[in-house]
Ligand binder design. Structure first.
Ligand code: SAH
Length: 569
């Protein structure tokens, strides 16, 4: 299979950088991941094992410029459960040796050859089939699927033991492969959409060449598609896409069926799509063997070559609003990371888009400097309604004074059916108040409220009223947007209101750039707090009457608000 995800090229020191850059030049979108403090690359990491495991778990191919043994030890805990296995190679830092380690079925030897050729060294290929035939027979190119890996391994062993083979069907990628061919051989490589009949002498490879079209979603749709395929002897692995009318875009049963069938779900603007119409729109008309609609209302058509599902109709677009957390990579949730990896387009305020990167070459950044959140949300919907997968990024949590509400506001204000058909998801993040609180202890350990002191979107009188009520209710308060150049006096006025109710010794915590480089944390009191201590990158937590400090073992204090509460007398 072709390498679709560009590799992470991992280096531990300056000596490896030149070789890493040469490998990088071979793969569009590849980035050099460099050990922090030792060498500068495109992506910094602090712990090799943690980083390699994270890349591997995400399915990112790895080229590690270090000893093979180190790579093996780092990845060992993940190898027991054999799932998808990205290619992993060890490369001598001077480029003198290329060792493919893992991913025999996902192209590791292809990469080893490519890198070997670029560095003018022989790759250390150890796979017998590869050595004999010069290619991996069990890793057909994009658009083709191997019917059975177990059977494939048996077939390759037979050839290695001296059997010959013929090729039935069209297998252009095998033309250059040095196979023991014989037109009358008992063994055959069969390239066909027909299901494998169990013949142990066949290596069956299915071109993904069938489309299944449904007019209306129904219960147990995946099973119906399976039955329709089976009735014609066709292999489910030969299915390229499931096609449905665009009017059914939001139907969960369709999405479920496509997931079960493990094929893309594509939509067309006809009420009753037929596979013939879908394919003839692609000028495949002459090259298609069509089948009549079957009873379940499922139409099947089979092209003579693999189909590119992206050329069939369009996808349901997706818009995910996600929170990046305060900034540190390890405070970004795996769900948010997955949404970023899945996105075709990333939308957001430039600082946050930078924080969310780096991105692959095929991902488009739409970083804006303006603070026009609604405009940004509308742009995101416009792209998603064309079938793109858009990630809208906010710092912290997207639902806390951030983009999620703006996105929903844009949706509410629109009567465009395409916008409403977009698959919308909100992925939470660690907000600034929670990140700050955790650094100093548990000041939010009892009832608290979050207030934005910005009067850009609400009148200042409302803010004053809420501050007074919150102070009187003895809630711990987390102030977002405490000051800005355009709002110089508001914080002082806010503190005046709080001080009118709460004692000067009330605990206050200031967290600036929490979870980012240059983080500072400061504990003070309401009486001592000056607005000059605070800027727009600061989170202000004002304690309740119960918030207290205890000495830490190292230095300083833990600040917390007890879970119990005593009414003041
Ligand atoms: N959605 C964000 C808040 C955006 S409002 C969240 O959930 O955290 C912007 C305000 O959040 C800033 O003015 C500041 O008060 C606070 N803030 C955001 N990130 C911060 C950080 N890393 N450290 C301290 N305060 C932060």
């Amino acid at each position: 299979m072709a390498i679709v995800t560009p590799p992470a090229i991992v280096i531990l020191g300056r000596g490896a950088l030149a070789t890493a850059r040469r490998v990088q030049a071979l793969y569009a979108g590849a980035q050099v991941h460099a050990l922090q403090g030792r060498v500068e690359g495109d992506v910094a990491f602090s712990e090799l094992g943690v980083h390699l495991r994270a890349c591997y778990a995400r399915g990112t191919p790895i080229v590690a410029l270090c000893a093979a043994g180190i790579v093996i030890r780092c990845l060992a805990p993940l190898l027991a459960n054999k799932g998808a296995e990205p290619p992993v190679l060890a490369l001598a830092e001077d480029g003198s040796a290329v060792v493919p380690l893992l991913g025999g079925l996902t192209g590791v030897n292809v990469m080893a050859r490519e890198i070997g050729a670029a560095l003018a060294v022989a790759p250390a290929i150890t796979t017998s089939g590869e050595l004999r035939f010069g290619a991996c027979l069990l890793d057909p190119p994009e658009g083709y699927a191997l019917a059975s890996l177990a059977q494939g391994k048996r077939f390759v062993s037979d050839l290695l033991a001296g059997a010959t083979t013929r090729i039935d069907g069209h297998a252009p990628w095998l033309e250059a492969v040095d196979l023991p061919r014989d037109a009358h051989a008992r063994h055959a490589i069969r390239v066909s959409a027909q299901a494998w009949n169990g013949n142990p002498d066949d290596l069956v490879i299915h071109p993904r060449s069938i489309v299944a079209a449904v007019g209306a979603p129904c219960e147990a749709l995946a099973q119906s598609v399976h039955r329709a395929l089976a009735a014609r002897g066709l292999a489910p692995l030969a299915l390229a896409a499931l096609i449905a009318p665009a009017s059914q875009m939001c139907d969960g049963a369709l999405a479920q069926a496509a997931t079960e069938l493990d094929v893309p779900l594509r939509f067309v603007d006809t009420a009753t799509p037929t596979p013939e119409a879908v394919l003839s729109a692609l000028a495949f008309g002459a090259d298609v063997e069509s089948y009549a609609q079957n009873e379940g209302g499922i139409g099947l058509a089979c092209a003579r070559a693999p189909l590119d599902p992206l050329a069939l109709g369009r996808a349901r677009g997706k818009l995910t609003v996600l929170g990046l957390g305060p900034g540190r990579a390890d405070l970004l949730t795996p769900a948010a990371r997955a949404a970023l990896d899945d996105a075709t387009d990333i939308v957001g305020y430039a600082t946050y888009v930078d924080m969310a990167g780096p991105f692959r070459a095929d991902q488009q950044r739409h970083a804006t400097d303006n603070r026009e959140e609604l405009q940004r949300a509308r742009h995101a919907f416009a792209m998603a309604s064309e079938g793109r997968r858009v990630a809208v990024v906010s710092s912290g949590d997207p639902g806390v004074f951030a983009m999620a509400a703006a996105v929903l506001e844009a949706l509410e204000g629109s009567d465009d059916a395409h916008w409403h058909a977009v698959e919308l998801a909100i992925v939470p993040g660690v907000c600034a108040a929670l990140a700050t609180a955790a650094r100093v202890g548990a000041p939010l350990g009892h009832d608290f409220c979050m207030l934005s002191l910005s009067d850009n979107l609400k009148p200042w009188t409302v803010i004053e009223k809420r501050l007074l009520h919150a102070a009187q209710a003895d809630l711990v308060m987390a102030f977002y947007n405490p000051v800005s150049r355009a709002r110089p006096w508001q914080l002082d006025r806010a503190l005046e209101i709080v001080r009118s109710v709460r004692a000067p010794q009330t605990r206050v915590v200031l967290g600036r750039d929490v979870g980012r480089p240059g983080e500072t944390l400061r504990a003070t009191t309401l009486g001592a707090l000056r607005s000059a201590d605070v800027d727009m990158r600061t989170m202000v937590i004002v304690g309740s009457s119960a918030t207290r400090g205890i000495a830490r073992g190292d230095a300083g204090e833990w600040i917390y608000t007890p879970r119990w509460y005593r009414e003041e007398t």
